[in-house]
Design a protein around this ligand. Structure first.
Ligand code: NDP
Length: 295
């Protein structure tokens, strides 16, 4: 039996992999779900499961008090939301934009919404599509707390944890880009490591268990380094940046000996060397954050 009142209804705009996962979770939870996508034909499975297919985005948003948008970026969400007919139909209703983009774009969209009498919440999804509707999903939200409280019960149908980060509409996107920064630089590092290991005759399968060991070192370091960054203290007692830079140089040399592009590690090593040249050689690696944060 559904945990939502029969009056609960939501519209999902955007039926890429993530939009389809969101709509599917709403349907699973018994929320009346209307869907629309720019390119027709992506709603077949959802409609078979009870979703209502709208012929236009204005028809879609008129079908529910809450619209969830999930498209590639804010150029795309602007292209959908900022049509006159859509803005008119949205007046007095709430949009939650779960598309990814920058904090500035999120705030700009909130300004647009305010000018058009549309209630606006921004959000970010921090986990992949298979997690949606499960306990593993992670959603971040920002914008007016009153609107978030109004719709949180329906949003809870998406599963996982939902965190409201504050009234500043850009805050969810700020967390999102910072977390994406971690994710993509880590992926770049791992992809490079696999290529370097392969050049040395080590397979991915052979390296992977040890790579997991490296990943396991990181969570406590994240906490420790965050405290350092907040306090502006960069103790290098256990691993001074001079020692760290030396290991970076080894990666550059080994990569380039195999003709493997080492430009990312060269940048990282260069930053560490600049910190040393500025007289901070006994500090820890995270002193780099001070260097790159300078204007
Ligand atoms: P995409 O990022 O590829 O987005 C596809 C959707 O964007 C489709 O509905 C597509 O419509 C729509 N779109 C693109 N350009 C336009 C446009 N100009 N006007 C209207 N619609 C447009 O796939 P996902 O569904 O996976 O991602 C959606 C959002 O969710 C992204 O911001 C992504 O970063 C975020 N996200 C995704 C995760 C994932 O695991 N997939 C994880 C966390 C966040 P059409 O079919 O017509 O091309």
């Amino acid at each position: 039996m559904s945990e939502f009142p029969s009056s609960s209804a939501v519209t999902v705009l955007g039926l890429g992999p993530m939009g389809r996962a969101l709509a599917s979770a709403f349907l699973d939870a018994g929320v009346r779900t209307t869907v629309w996508n720019r390119t027709p034909g992506r709603d077949g499975e959802l409609v078979a499961r009870g979703a209502v297919a709208a012929a236009s985005p204005e028809e879609a948003v008129a079908a529910a008090p809450l619209t969830v948008v999930c498209v590639v970026n804010y150029d795309a969400s602007d292209a959908v939301l900022r049509r006159t007919a859509v803005a008119t139909a949205l007046k007095g209703r709430t949009v939650v934009n779960l598309s990814a983009d920058t904090p500035a774009r999120a705030r700009d969209t909130a300004d647009w919404a305010a000018r058009h009498g549309v209630h606006y919440l921004d959000g970010a999804i921090m986990t992949p599509t298979p997690t949606i509707g499960t306990a593993d999903a992670v959603f971040l939200h920002s914008g007016p707390a009153e609107r978030y409280e109004e719709h949180r019960a329906v949003l809870a149908a998406l599963g996982g944890t939902h965190t409201h980060l504050g009234e500043d509409t850009g805050r969810a996107a700020a967390y999102d880009i910072a977390l994406l920064d971690i994710f993509w630089t880590a992926m770049a590092g791992y992809t490079h490591a696999l290529a370097l290991a392969r050049a040395e005759g080590v397979t991915g399968a052979e390296l992977a268990p040890f790579a997991e060991g490296i990943a396991a070192i990181l969570p406590p370091l994240f906490t420790e380094f965050a405290a350092d960054a907040d306090a502006g203290t960069y103790s290098g007692e256990l691993n001074p940046i001079t020692s760290a830079a030396s290991t970076m140089t080894h990666v550059v040399h080994a990569s380039e000996s195999h003709g493997i592009d080492a430009s990312v590690m060269r940048v990282i090593e260069g930053q560490a060397r600049r910190v040393i040249a500025l007289g901070h050689g006994t500090d820890g690696y995270t002193r780099v954050g001070e260097l790159i944060g300078r204007r």
